[in-house]
Design a protein around this ligand. Sequence first.
Ligand code: F6P
Length: 341
Amino acid sequence: MRVGLLTGGGDVPGLNAVIRAVVKRGEGEYGHSIIGFRNGWRGLAEGDVMPLGRQNIRNVLPLGGTLLGTARFHPNAEDGSMDAVLTTLEAERVEALIVVGGDGTLHAASKVAEQGIKVVAIPKTIDNDVWGTDRSIGFDTAVTIATEAIDRIHTTAESHNRVMLVEVMGRTAGWIAATAGIAGGAEVVLAPEEPFDIDKVVKFLKHRHRAHASFSIIVVAEGAEPAPGTAMEYRTQLGRFGEIVAGSISERLKAEIEQRTGFDTRVTVLGHIQRGGTPTAADRILGSRFGVAAIDAITRGETGVMTAQHGEEIVLVPLADIAGKVKHVPLDYLDVASALA
Ligand code: F6P
């Protein structure tokens, strides 16, 4: 069987583990030929093909990024691109497609599957907000990096008696903020799931600094917003391509906190550092398990499904079930974070 593979949307550490697993299992166990499309759906629309054999996947397991490249490009949203995708698949004699991506890429995958193409998807996003799976590839690495950053910020915060704002990624879900906040012992975690009240944040900081500490760490997700009707007016700032303007929420919070408390405050925006570099063991393992599950599913003739982790199991869920849904971080994570402040 000729199987196509692409990685779409933002990159994450662990994608190369998926590619390696698909190639090793697909070629070695089933005798399939695997071809890659460069730069996500764009490469598929443009016919940008790359052969994927054992020689291409040597030593890639510890490498971050994706050897296939990626792009934020969705054929269902670009005029004429769906036809171009179908044309390439026919020209390349691709019988089935494995698509690795976050919400946008997965939505496109379900649209391509509706055209009669056999598609199996794999969830990846450091945001961990793909519905239907406990974990997405990349999340564990991002949390590890963010936790280490908070640990480092801790010592300088304490030395200088400062409030330190650490901005992490997470547009609509606060998984990184909540988990790295707990692991790093942050005093305040602000996440999109629980719009905040600046008065309460300020009251907490003043009390803490009066009672028992001279510094505080606030972890804020880039998509966090104040609750409507509270003292701070702010809406998430978007750039030209619809991306969140890095640092905008934390710079605004710095100004509010300094003005209301007089505490010396600094901002650290972790940004793409969270998405770069070596994947953790957990992401290599998840990528490998998802890759094997996907090529096994393709070989059995499955289509319109996504690999998912449910507890210890890797299962398949219908792509149609996850469309348009966001998996939010449960509020009890935020409760634990504030209980341990
Ligand atoms: O979707 C994952 C993500 O890492 C978000 O957390 C973040 O807002 C976005 O990607 C950044 O995207 P880009 O790499 O396009 O700037």
